[in-house]
Design a binder for this molecule. Structure first.
Ligand code: SF4
Length: 243
């Protein structure tokens, strides 16, 4: 296998560039975000991953929130191993909120960063119990008031649990695959999310993130992307591409 030295030669048709169409006036659009190309990518993702969804095991919205907090810097597989017994030991928000902190730290230790995660989980659980009547709030604004909850976690909860397309989840896989597909040239997750929200139809925001995450795990892996097995290969001109 060899790395692509001239990546643009591998695509069947060079993507158009909005800047060249308007003589350079107006906002500069990435070649990769040509609407027809984006539609092709979305169709291919639908072909490959028609039912992509969140891999974190959960029985309710609160469990999804806790699992998502635990998933920071940790694999979903490891989180699922931990939460199977964790959710039996702590079935309700108040059980997490008022648990012995050291016990909880020990219980979630395998997921890493266990002290800060315990602080987030107990802080979020207390606020849910004391401010939201034990229910996980359903708006981005309210979710962001929970300790340890930033946009990524809020997007996971709103999208997966409530079906609300509040934004696009940007984790390490979305960041990498969206970059390789030239859908963004930013590296800051907030800017990546804004870029993607501008080119992906709102009704696709939820599944699109899951599809990129699945693609990143199964095919477009960080170190050795499996380009020969990738159904996006014809539209991908990433310098990371291996053929
Ligand atoms: S697996 Fe290869 S061809 Fe497919 S999106 Fe990733 S880098 Fe591109």
């Amino acid at each position: 296998m060899k790395k692509v030295t001239n990546p643009r030669r591998v695509i069947t048709k060079k993507p158009s560039h909005a800047a060249s169409k308007n003589g350079g006036a107006g906002p500069r659009r990435l070649a990769g975000t040509d609407p027809r190309r984006v539609r092709t990518i979305l169709a291919k993702l639908d072909d490959a991953y028609p039912s992509a969804t969140c891999a974190l095991e959960h029985q309710n919205t609160f469990q999804l929130l806790i699992a998502t907090i635990l998933s920071a810097q940790c694999t979903d597989v490891r989180v699922n191993q931990v939460t199977r017994s964790l959710f039996q030991k702590y079935p309700r928000p108040e059980d997490f909120a008022y648990a012995n902190t050291q016990d909880l730290e020990a219980d979630i230790r395998p997921t890493g960063f266990f002290r800060s995660k315990t602080k987030s989980i107990q802080g979020a659980s207390k606020r849910i119990v004391e401010e939201f009547s034990g229910e996980v709030p359903r708006t981005m604004e309210q979710l962001l008031t929970l300790p340890g909850v930033a946009r990524k976690t809020a997007n996971v909860v709103l999208g997966t649990a409530f079906g609300i397309p509040s934004g696009i989840v940007v984790d390490t896989h979305v960041q990498r695959v969206a970059g390789r597909l030239d859908l963004t040239r930013n590296t800051d997750p907030k800017k990546i999310e804004q870029d993607l929200m501008q080119i992906i139809p709102r009704e696709k925001w939820i599944i699109f993130a899951h599809q990129l995450i699945w693609h990143g795990r199964r095919v477009c892996q960080a170190r050795k992307p499996r380009c020969l097995e990738c159904n996006l290969e014809r539209v991908c001109y990433s310098q990371d591409k291996v053929i």
